[in-house]
Design a protein around this ligand. Structure first.
Ligand code: FE
Length: 180
């Protein structure tokens, strides 16, 4: 009997605690090295066809991201116009989320907005983008977020060019460019 109790105690001590995942959210494991390289990490779906989210603690995001990227992606900051690496990029390729590598925009839909931020008239797909209304600074704006990791990308305005009439105004630091 004593032996059985010792065995049960051993089992209890070896139970791994659950990861702190939001209720109802499924998580995808992302190797940190993959996040540092300019790689595309395609969308993955669960059995119900729902996009599998990336859920991380503040501390883990801080470890992964530069201070500037953390301030913009995780604290809804904005980089200064004409200071980012990608507003004047004219190469062909894919712009992925700097937080999780999800493809968000294509060079095919990038245009010269004159704002000093990378600007696109549409995302790669509507489901890669999430958004909230943002009423900060006395303006009502539609926020643009990565649908997988919730990283803040920028805002969308309705003064863009044809064919959509939309202007996705995105921070360079929220994106990584993967050359085609
Ligand atoms: Fe993301």
């Amino acid at each position: 009997m004593k032996l059985i109790s010792i065995f049960l105690m051993f089992l209890a001590c070896n139970t791994t605690p659950d990861l702190p995942v939001e209720k109802g959210a499924t998580n995808i494991e992302m190797p940190a090295t993959e996040m540092l390289a300019d790689t595309i990490v395609p969308a993955q779906y669960d059995a119900q066809g729902k996009l599998i989210k990336v859920v991380k603690s503040k501390e883990d995001w801080k470890k992964q991201l530069s201070a500037d990227a953390y301030r913009v992606l995780r604290e809804e900051g904005t980089e200064r116009a004409f200071t980012g690496k990608l507003w004047d990029n004219h190469e062909k390729g894919v712009y992925v989320c700097a937080g999780c590598g999800l493809p968000l925009f294509s060079s095919e839909t990038k245009f010269e907005s004159g704002t000093g931020w990378p600007s696109f008239y549409q995302p790669i797909s509507k489901e890669c983008i999430a958004g909230n209304e943002d009423s900060s600074y006395g303006m009502l704006r539609e926020e643009v977020e990565c649908a997988r990791c919730g990283g803040h990308q920028g805002h969308v305005f309705d003064d863009g060019p044809k064919p959509t009439g939309l202007r996705y105004c995105i921070n360079s630091v929220s994106l990584r460019f993967v050359k085609q």
